[in-house]
Design a protein around this ligand. Structure first.
Ligand code: GDG
Length: 460
């Protein structure tokens, strides 16, 4: 009789790994940390460090049920793979910004090289029954590279960004060479029905794959794989508890004192052009222009921790926002009132949830967003007796679930200004009713449900 096989572990692979005690300001890192904390497993990825050579060693670390295995990247690999192809080519394309796509050929070579190194290092850690869960656009070809190395395990892929329609995806040079490798996964997960349609449309019309029932696909090479919609959630209970307990934090008391009874509007975003920050500032300025009665009555706090600071477009948006915040404050501020508080740093999650709870309005207006966890965290942080109002972009994946938010087109200044005005004057009964509807969704579809449904479908 064959010896009983070891129960497989979960191996999560992502470019960035949120090591213990590191603040995770990205959505993927926050989500995977929660997912692994409960289930346990191995998290493999880049250490966040630059070394003379890529992956000269694998660093191992254990924290409770989670094992970490990370590798360093050389400067040149990091520049081509991460800054270059991932963040200057794929990210803008996936966020419907073909005008910002960098077409440098060297970047794709660097991207493939680093994916090869990931595959090479990972094979030593994989046991036959393990389940491998690869995350995000940095690692699209990883399954194909593992299959080339005879890895037969189940491998799932989750895309945390939106996926635009095939008509836009084909703007990417050598798109088929890259995107068709997705068929080496057993399951591809996306946030929304629209993203799922884009994937199927691309495979059917651009690669000649066939589509069967239940989102089952068969590639032109005959490989069968599946796609599915798995809208990511948050740790709803934990966020709500954090927010409730935050009342005792000094930071929250300080914020309240500084508000002097004014209504707080809050935005929290990585400093990224996809988040619609210039348009948001503009809409707030329009509100102040239109409604002088709100002067001194409101305060807008925008928290925007810098991200990807080596990419020129990110430096440019930072300059643009500094100018815009300065301009608005210059126009409207009074000796005892600052209309916009624009803060370029990150805060611990417990403090953020307290800020959310004290804000009458959560202003979440990305131009495009795979999901947007901040929208969900804002809702989960509210006081059920006196909840605030979420103003949410229709182009965030979250808008598909949080339909009781005030949904807006982030580029439509008047519409966003209208929504802000409506939110600021919304009666308590309506606020409660909308909040309850959204909270029901967040309680049912939390991060645990997300992980279980994705891994359940992958095991199926
Ligand atoms: C990608 C997709 C998708 C933000 N500032 C601070 C901070 N954060 C945390 C938030 C939230 C996370 O970072 C941001 O998540 P988002 O979902 O809003 O956005 P991305 O980083 O772009 O995430 C996105 C997500 O992946 C998951 O699939 O929803 O569409 O783009 O959790 O709270 N955290 C701390 N300090 C901060 O100042 N600690």
């Amino acid at each position: 009789m064959a010896p009983p096989s070891r129960a497989g572990q979960l191996i999560v692979v992502s470019n960035r790994v949120a090591l213990p005690k590191q603040t995770a300001t990205g959505g993927l890192a926050s989500a995977m940390r929660e997912a692994l904390r409960e289930r346990g497993g191995l998290w493999f990825g880049w250490s966040g460090k630059i070394a003379r050579q890529t992956a000269s060693t694998v660093h191992h670390r254990q924290d409770g049920p989670v094992r970490y295995a990370t590798i360093d990247l050389s400067r040149s690999d990091h520049d081509h793979f991460y800054d270059g192809y991932a963040n200057r080519t794929l990210w803008p394309l996936l966020h419907y910004r073909p005008d910002l796509v960098d077409y440098s050929r060297g970047h794709l070579d660097g991207y493939l090289r680093v994916n090869n190194v990931f595959a090479e290092r990972l094979i030593d850690l994989i046991e036959p029954n393990d389940t491998i869960w690869v995350n995000d656009y940095h690692l699209i070809p990883l399954a194909a590279l593992l299959r080339q190395r005879r890895i037969k395990n189940r491998i799932g892929f989750f895309l945390h960004t939106p996926l635009p329609a095939a008509g836009l995806l084909i703007a990417l040079p050598r798109h088929r060479e890259l995107l068709e490798t997705l068929s080496s996964y057993d399951l591809i997960g996306l946030h929304t029905a629209r993203d799922l349609r884009s994937l199927e449309e691309y495979f059917v019309h651009e690669t000649g794959a066939s589509l069967g029932r239940g989102h089952r696909l068969r590639s032109s090479q005959g490989r069968r794989f599946r796609a599915g919609m798995f809208p990511i959630g948050i740790d709803t209970k934990h966020v709500a508890q954090d927010a409730e307990q935050s009342e005792s934090l000094e930071e929250i008391a300080d914020l309240r004192t500084s508000l002097e009874g004014r209504a707080l509007i809050i935005g929290v975003d990585r400093l990224d052009y996809s988040k619609g920050l210039p348009q948001r500032f503009h809409a707030y300025a329009r509100l102040l222009e239109r409604a002088p009665e709100l002067h001194r009555q409101v305060s807008f706090l925008q928290i925007a921790p810098p991200s990807r600071t080596t990419v020129p477009e990110y430096r440019q948006i930072r300059r643009e926002l500094e100018r815009s915040a300065g301009h608005i404050n210059g126009l409207y501020a009074a000796p005892d009132w600052v209309p916009i508080r624009y803060v370029n740093k990150s805060f611990p999650h417990s403090v953020l949830s307290g800020y959310y709870r004290n804000a009458k309005v959560g202003l979440v207006t990305p131009m495009r967003d795979g999901m947007n966890l901040v929208a969900k965290e804002y809702v989960a942080s509210q006081d059920p007796e006196n909840p605030g109002v979420l103003v949410l972009s229709r182009f965030a994946g979250a808008a598909q679930e949080l339909t009781q938010a005030l949904l807006v087109n982030p580029a439509d200044t008047e519409e966003v200004a209208d929504a802000l005005q409506q939110a600021l004057s919304m009666p308590l009964a309506e606020r409660r009713q909308r909040w309850r509807g959204m909270m029901d969704v967040l309680e049912r579809h939390d991060i645990t449900a997300w992980r279980q449904s994705f891994l359940g479908a992958l095991a199926d």
